[in-house]
Design a protein around this ligand. Structure first.
Ligand SMILES: *Cc1c(COP(=O)(O)O)cnc(C)c1O
Length: 402
């Protein structure tokens, strides 16, 4: 006899954290399974926002830049590095959108490998990653080299080995695949890229805050990731990027702005990049956009990423058990790994009827995500998702299919 959702919620050591998010039990949302696309707002953010408006912005005004805002991109980067990236200080910075941050690090990586003509990327990667590689290849006279991964799995070490050569400049991969949630082997793939003389850029959007990451220990060169997914930073909150200290002296970034120079307020002639990770800053940092992730980092630091991962695995295991009982008999396919050790924080299920079902689910206040052509993606955000709402969503999908 398997445990019921209610039992699992009662026994969940992290159950109290659900109440630390705004409206987690509001009846207007029967089940929110899209925290991997837009995390719920942490309750503490309301107070943080109010005091920021009244104090730091309201009365410090321009003096705020001297009271911490100027250093915030690096200070907050260090905090993210320690809490969820396995990154020592001085290698992570918070700044622009994920897309722009990825552009900066991919471009920086490619420029470190002159004379090599290929950038490796996979067909299953998120569109922005693929489009960026196409654009950077075109502007630097290189060619994308495509991996065709198993859509229900993801990029494997063998896939990468199959395309590496002495022409590979850079490999660009997602740590957790946005559709299947497959976790690629960061350590082994990074090593293989290095053995071929190439550099690697990891997109961490779907792993950061849900899956433990060891950027320093695995020898990663460059990385970037979202903060509005499992870091609950709010819609459009700025991304972080990581540059290994090994590259910080030689790496240059393509958007040379005044905030990333040695002495920004000298306003001098000629771009002279700052030392360290600060050189990856471009313009005035989005301070307001950083407040949400700070409130979430308070929670993550309290819990620790390994307990978050345990809850995450328990949630996806439970969802797959429910899938086996309720959805598999109705012809729904599981498009995510069954092996929890290579599965991130969500699962995707496919059925030809799903495109027509989405509107009905949302109308019933059941909110998963849709991924074409026929996928429903169930995002299970460890700190804010309950077993009961996971069950409610899968039951509703089963009833609507019947
Ligand atoms: C969500 C996501 C992005 C988003 O990029 P934005 O510039 O923030 O829109 C990029 N890559 C991956 C893998 C994602 O999951």
């Amino acid at each position: 006899m398997t445990a019921t959702a209610v039992d699992l919620d009662v026994r969940d050591p992290l159950r109290a954290y659900r109440d630390r998010f705004v409206a987690a039990d509001d009846p207007a949302v029967a089940a929110y399974l899209d925290g991997n696309s837009l995390g719920r707002p942490p309750k503490a953010l309301q107070e943080r926002m109010a005091s920021f408006v009244a104090g730091a912005w309201g009365t410090d005004l321009i003096r705020g830049w001297d009271k911490g805002w100027f250093d915030k991109p690096v200070a907050l980067g260090d905090r993210i590095g320690a809490a969820v990236l396995g990154a020592a200080p001085g290698q992570t910075v918070v700044g622009e959108s994920t897309t722009v941050s990825l552009y900066k690090v991919i471009r920086a990586a490619v420029d470190q490998r002159p004379g090599r003509s290929e950038i490796v990327v996979d067909r299953g990667n998120f569109p922005t990653d693929r489009y960026l590689v196409e654009g950077i290849a075109a502007e630097t006279g290189r060619t994308p080299r495509w991996i065709e991964p198993d859509p229900a799995g993801g990029v494997t070490l063998d896939d990468v080995r199959g395309v590496l050569s002495d022409q590979t400049a850079v490999v660009v991969l997602s740590h957790v695949a946005f559709r299947s949630a497959h976790i690629s082997d960061m350590a082994a793939i990074t090593r293989a890229a290095h053995d071929a003389g190439a550099l690697i850029v990891w997109d961490l959007c779907h792993s950061v805050g849900a899956v433990p990451i060891e950027l320093d220990a695995t020898g990663v060169d460059f990385a970037a990731g979202c903060t509005y997914k499992y870091l609950n930073g709010g819609p459009g909150s700025p991304a972080f990027l990581y540059v290994s200290s090994r590259h910080l002296e030689s790496a240059t970034q393509p958007i040379q702005g005044w905030m990333g120079v040695k002495d920004a307020f000298a306003m001098g002639q000629g771009y002279e990049p700052a030392d360290g990770i600060r050189r990856f800053v471009s313009g005035t940092p989005p301070i307001v956009g950083m407040l949400g992730m700070e409130a979430t980092l308070d929670l993550i630091e309290e819990v620790g990423i390994s307990r978050i991962r345990e809850k995450s695995i328990a949630l996806t295991e439970f969802a797959i058990e429910k899938y086996d009982r309720i959805l598999a008999p109705r012809g729904v396919e599981l498009s995510s790994p069954r092996d929890a050790s290579v599965r991130g924080g969500h699962i995707t299920i496919d059925h030809p009827a799903f495109p027509a079902l989405m509107e009905r689910l949302w109308a019933a206040n059941i909110i998963p995500d849709f991924r074409p052509p026929t996928g429903i993606r169930l995002g299970l955000s460890p700190l804010s998702t309950s077993f009961s709402e996971t069950e409610r969503a899968i039951n509703a999908i089963g009833e609507m299919l019947a």
